[in-house]
Write a protein that binds this ligand. Structure first.
Ligand SMILES: Nc1ncnc2c1ncn2[C@@H]1O[C@H](COP(=O)(O)OP(=O)(O)O)[C@@H](O)[C@H]1O
Ligand SMILES: CC(=O)OP(=O)(O)O
Ligand SMILES: [Mg+2]
Length: 354
C-alpha cells in the first residue's frame, strides 16, 4: 500500500497528514507558521509519495510531478499569491532535498476552476492589455472545493452531474464558489487570492480608486501590497490578529463591526453566487471557521432565508453536519488533505517511482 504525505501550506497554518492507502494515520497542524522555516516534525518519516498544495497553477488543469522546470514555472506565479506560493516553494525544496528519490506532486487550487466560462474568467480590461499581461480570473481553494463537492453529492444522494451547489470556504482566506454539475461556474477569488471577500489579513475587493489614492499619496507599491495582504481584512478592522477566535473574544466595537462586516459580505457573496446557478440544491460551508464554529455558521445561514436556506433540524453524517431545509445546508469538514492524497496518487499511478 502506498503511503502519502499531504502538505497544505495555508496562509495561517501548515498542515501535514500521513496516509496509509486511503486512511489518514497521523496529522499535525502548525498554527501561525512563518512560511519560512520547515518544522522538522513535518518531514519526520519518509513516505512513498508527497502531495503539496500550491494555490496557483496558472493555466495548469492537472497536478504536476515537481522537477526543476515545474518549480521555475510555479516560482514565476509567486507575485500572484504572495502569502501562499513562496512558502509552498520552500516546502517543496525541503522535501525534494530531503527525499530526492520520492515523487513530490504539486496539486493546484486553481485547477478546479479551469472550466470557468468567459463571463466568470474575463476581467473587464482592454482585451489586448489583459492578454499581454496574462490577466484573467483563476479562482482558488480548489482542493477544498473538490472534496466539498463530492461530499455534497453523496449527502444529496445524487450524481454530481445533477447538482448545483454554493460552497463558502471560510478559512484564513475566504471565498464563495458556484458549482454546477461538479464544475466551478463562478467564484469570488480571481487573478489572485486577494479578490473578493475579506480574509484574516487580506482586504478583499476594494474600489480601485483606493489603490490610486494611496499610491498618489506616496505609498510604495510594495507597502501597498503588504498592507492589503497582511495588515487588512479582519485583522485591520479589529486591531487583533484577525483569527475569528480573537475577534469573538474581543469586547471592542471594532471587533464586533469586523464580525458583522464579515458575515454580511459572506452572505452577499452567497446571494451573488445563486445568480450563477440554474439549480440550487445545497449550501456547503467549509474551511477552518465553519469546521470549528457552529455559531458563526448559524449566523451566516440566519440571513439567507430569502434563498430558501433556513436553520432547521440538524443531524451529523460521518464528520459532517446536515441542516434540513430546501435547500439544505451542509457543514462539510475541510479535507484538502484527502484530495491532495487522491490527486497525487492519480497523477503518479503509472510511474515506477512509487
Ligand atoms: N477552534 C476554532 N474556533 C474558531 N475558529 C477557528 C478555530 N480554529 C480555527 N478557526 C478559524 O479558522 C481560521 C483558519 O482556517 P483554516 O482554514 O485552517 O486556515 P488556513 O488554511 O488558511 O491556515 C482561523 O483564522 C480561525 O479564524
Ligand atoms: C487560497 C487561500 O486563501 O487559502 P487559505 O485560506 O488556505 O489561506
Ligand atoms: Mg486553508
Amino acid at each position: 500500500m502506498t503511503t502519502v504525505l499531504a502538505l497544505n501550506p495555508g496562509s495561517s497554518s501548515l498542515k501535514a497528514t500521513w496516509f496509509d492507502g486511503d486512511d489518514p494515520v497521523t496529522a499535525i497542524r502548525v498554527d501561525g507558521w512563518d512560511g519560512r522555516t520547515v518544522p522538522p516534525e513535518v518531514l519526520w518519516q519518509r513516505p512513498d509519495l508527497v502531495a503539496i498544495r500550491f494555490v496557483h497553477g496558472g493555466e495548469r488543469t492537472e497536478p504536476a510531478v515537481l522537477d526543476d522546470a515545474v518549480t521555475v514555472e510555479l516560482a514565476a506565479l509567486a507575485p500572484l499569491a504572495p502569502l501562499h506560493q513562496p512558502p509552498a516553494l520552500r516546502l517543496a525544496a525541503a522535501v525534494r532535498q530531503r527525499w530526492p528519490e520520492t515523487a513530490a506532486v504539486a496539486c493546484f487550487d486553481s485547477a478546479f476552476h479551469s472550466g470557468l466560462p468567459p463571463r466568470a474568467r474575463l476581467c473587464a480590461l482592454p482585451r489586448g492589455l489583459a492578454a499581454e499581461h496574462g490577466i484573467r480570473r483563476f479562482g482558488f481553494h480548489g482542493l477544498s472545493l473538490a472534496h466539498a463537492t463530492r461530499r455534497a453529492a453523496e449527502l444529496l444522494r445524487r450524481p454530481v452531474e445533477h447538482t448545483g451547489i454554493i460552497v463558502a470556504h471560510l478559512g484564513a482566506g475566504t471565498s464563495v464558489t458556484a458549482v454546477e454539475g461538479g464544475v466551478s461556474v463562478d467564484t469570488s477569488m480571481g487573478f489572485s487570492p486577494s479578490e473578493g471577500l475579506p480574509g484574516r489579513t487580506r482586504s478583499g475587493s476594494l474600489d480601485p480608486a483606493v489603490l490610486f489614492h494611496l499610491l498618489r499619496r506616496g505609498m510604495s507599491p510594495g507597502d501597498l501590497e503588504r498592507t492589503l495582504t497582511t495588515r487588512s481584512g479582519l485583522a485591520g478592522l479589529s486591531g487583533t490578529d484577525g483569527d475569528t477566535r480573537s475577534l469573538l473574544a474581543d469586547p471592542s466595537r471594532d471587533a464586533a463591526e469586523a464580525v458583522d462586516l464579515y458575515l454580511h459580505r459572506v452572505r452577499r457573496e452567497i446571494a451573488a453566487a445563486r445568480a450563477s446557478l440554474t439549480r440550487f440544491d445545497a449550501l456547503v460551508l467549509t474551511g477552518g471557521v465553519a469546521d470549528h464554529n457552529p455559531d458563526l455558521r448559524a449566523r451566516v445561514v440566519a440571513g439567507l432565508r430569502f434563498l430558501g436556506v433556513a436553520g432547521g433540524p440538524e443531524h451529523t453524517d460521518a464528520d459532517d453536519v446536515v441542516t434540513a431545509g430546501a435547500p439544505p445546508v451542509f457543514a462539510v469538514r475541510t479535507r484538502e488533505d484527502r484530495e491532495l492524497a487522491r490527486q497525487a496518487r492519480h497523477a503518479t499511478r503509472d510511474r515506477s517511482l512509487r
